[in-house]
Design a binder for this molecule. Structure first.
Ligand SMILES: Cc1ncc(COP(=O)(O)O)c(C=O)c1O
Length: 392
């Protein structure tokens, strides 16, 4: 199996597994039992891990809340800011191409009586297709806007948003900015202080860490950020997220982000090269293939992302006919609710074109022979399907 679905998840790096194992076996203390050394050892490991995450994202010390992943982080950020008892503003702004872990929270807020604005993204053909339309965003933010949520990088078409520009727009109106940086962390530079974003969500399984652990950066030191906890209980994590913390997961996430950042400079060109090769192979052998999203260059698009629309054949059929290659049609996160990708629809693709679209995510463990083999398999299965379609 050639794995080209690194936006859905990444494998756990063996060095990450090695770092976390002792915290599942010999060091099993409860990090909140500070009266004995096993507990203190676990607490130290967590503190150092969270400290590593602040360094890797250039966030202030003690600004990290550990969560179960980006879905929880997004919920905590958005509901936390908007529903805080001292929140006086009643307007939330987000973008049509966000992940359901933001859009569905927005809909809940609307039911709670909040005014919600979903800003359009730049359309297909625009150099920043998929990223928020900045003029429309500026128009949408007003003096009643409590929070704006804009993803750092899109999970389907890979467009990267200009976070500093967006932060300035928000702060000029007194609004806070949250960013779902799930697809950006470990792939491109995510610098919280430099961009002045107030809250940032991340998830370890997108940067070669384990599933079920993530984080939320709360505050960058420039303004006060109050959040209402969404999980209450023992008061851990300063009361912001109760529940016994998981030292193994914290150690793994810290190791994964450290490695990803350390290897980013060398992995980016390698991954971009492989993506270019895959695109060239497919484009030269399959007629009328179309690239969705921004041009294949940094800083506009994530290095490993490739989203394509093909002629005549549905993405689902292409996937089933190519069992040796793992890729996806639409996004895996919404695959529990199959349907045309809302991101591709939001940038103006027709229902039919959306159904004929697929997403590849090249990662740092992919190799050139794998890409060439995947291309051969994809071309072969496409031709078979095309013949079948022609015969019907
Ligand atoms: C942009 C984005 N946000 C949020 C999520 C959800 O992340 P998690 O699986 O950690 O809940 C995903 C997962 O694919 C994603 O791509």
């Amino acid at each position: 199996m050639i794995y080209l679905d690194n936006h859905a998840t990444t494998c756990c790096d063996p060095r990450v597994v090695e770092a976390m194992l002792p915290w599942l076996s010999e060091h099993f203390g409860n990090p909140h039992s500070l009266s004995h050394s096993p507990g203190r050892l676990a607490a130290d490991a967590i503190e150092q891990s969270l400290s590593q995450i602040t360094r890797s994202t250039n966030s202030p010390e003690h600004s990290i809340v550990m969560t179960s992943g980006a879905t929880e982080s997004n919920n905590l950020a958005i509901r936390g800011v908007c529903l805080h008892p001292r929140q006086t503003r009643r307007h939330f702004v987000t973008v049509s191409t966000e992940h359901p872990a933001v859009l569905d929270v927005a809909e809940e807020l609307r039911r709670d009586g909040f005014r919600v604005t979903r800003v359009a993204a730049y359309q297909a053909g625009h150099p920043c297709a998929g990223s928020v339309d900045l003029d429309r965003l500026a128009d949408a933010i007003d003096d009643d806007t409590a929070l704006v949520s804009v993803m750092w990088a899109n999970n389907e078409v890979g467009s990267i948003a200009p976070m500093k520009v967006i932060a300035d727009l928000c702060h000029a109106r007194g609004a806070l900015l949250h960013s779902d940086a799930t697809q950006a962390i470990g792939r491109i530079d995510v610098d919280v202080r430099k961009t002045d974003v107030d809250l940032v969500s991340g998830s370890a399984h997108k940067f070669y860490g384990p599933k079920g652990v993530g984080f939320l950066v709360v505050g960058n030191g420039n303004r006060r950020v109050r959040i209402l906890p969404q999980i209450v209980g023992g008061g851990q994590q300063d009361g912001l997220r109760s529940g016994t913390m998981n030292p193994a997961a914290a150690v793994a996430m810290a190791k994964a982000i450290e490695l990803a950042n350390h290897e980013m400079r060398s992995s980016q060109p390698q991954i971009m090269g492989l993506r270019g090769q895959l695109f060239e192979q497919l484009r030269s052998r399959i007629e009328r293939i179309q690239l969705n999203g921004p041009e294949l260059t940094l800083p506009g698009r994530l290095p490993g992302n490739l989203n394509l629309t093909i002629d005549q054949v549905e993405g689902e059929a292409w996937m089933s006919a190519t069992p040796g290659v793992a890729f996806s049609s639409g996004s895996a996160c919404s695959s529990v609710e199959p349907g045309a990708s809302h991101v591709l629809r939001a940038i103006g693709l027709s229902e039919s074109a959306t159904r004929r679209s697929v997403r590849f995510g090249i990662g740092r463990f992919n190799t050139e022979p794998e890409i060439m083999e995947a291309a051969d398999q994809l071309v072969e299965s496409y031709r078979k399907l095309q013949q079948l379609t022609g015969q019907r």
